[in-house]
Design a protein around this ligand. Sequence first.
Ligand SMILES: [Fe+2]
Ligand SMILES: [Fe+2]
Length: 326
Amino acid sequence: MTPHAMQRQHAHASKYEVLASLESFVKDLMEKHESKREIWYSSQILPVDQDSNNDKEIKELRDRARGVPDSARVALALNLLTEEGLPHFHRLIAEHFGSDTFWSKWNNLWTAEEDRHGNILRDYIRDSRLLNFQVLEKLQFNYIRAGFNPDWGGDPYKVFVYTSCQEKATQVSHANTGRIVVDKEPMINAITQKIAQDEARHYAFYMNVFKEILERDPDHALDAASAIMPSIEMPGISVVNFNEYADVVRRSGIYGPRDYKKIVEQLIIAWGIEVMKCLNELGRKAQEKIMGIPARLEKVAEYIELRSKTKSFRFEVVFGRVLEMA
Ligand SMILES: [Fe+2]
Ligand SMILES: [Fe+2]
């Protein structure tokens, strides 16, 4: 461990004790997780038969893909880039949960599951010629190279709050992307629904771990939640033109501030935040702050919707075509 990492661990020493005490809880949760999920691979969904040539299937796939609207292509590009940010997240989890503890079992399992998401989206996009692949590869390279360093101050509790929000956000985003193209290209929907189901199970894992932390260390846990929940920094933030992508995704009804508000409301209920009692000053303040977040997010959503006018976009990755959106 680097001196800097040791210093940060020291600052959150009692939290690391709580994390260490969760071993059997996490073991049970992982067993439950593994018993519920099925592992699928890109090769089971997309044609990769070595013995016959897949020309006909690939041709049909490309024909269907031609009907996919550019707004959905933008969303798929952002979904893929987000998934390909996996190295950042593997590192962040290892840094915050320890790479030499039982938590590394979860980190490795989770990483292996997540890796398939980027694989299948990338395979589909390449087979279908849906995007300018060279541009996409450069975006991916630059995104990974730019790094992703959210300001969590070495607090491991914040990681659970962030991942709970983030897994749910990716679930919504994948599922809605599939839904808007299902009539043009059902295979995209089949892929994104499979990914969304994985994200839902990841959400359940992180959400349940943090629920347990709230039981064991309520005041510090609430304090961490109140720092993260007002707004989460999306992993793709360092993607060039990220805000333009996010704007198209919002205008397409795939993911926007209202979806985030729903996620916060859902977490407040799942974590029982409103009804938590016997808190100290720190905990009470955090609880109050969290309970005020949905109303604030509603105002943000209204503000954005009121200001939003028809706009034209242009993305190199979508062959530089102009995209008009209301
Ligand atoms: Fe994912
Ligand atoms: Fe996930």
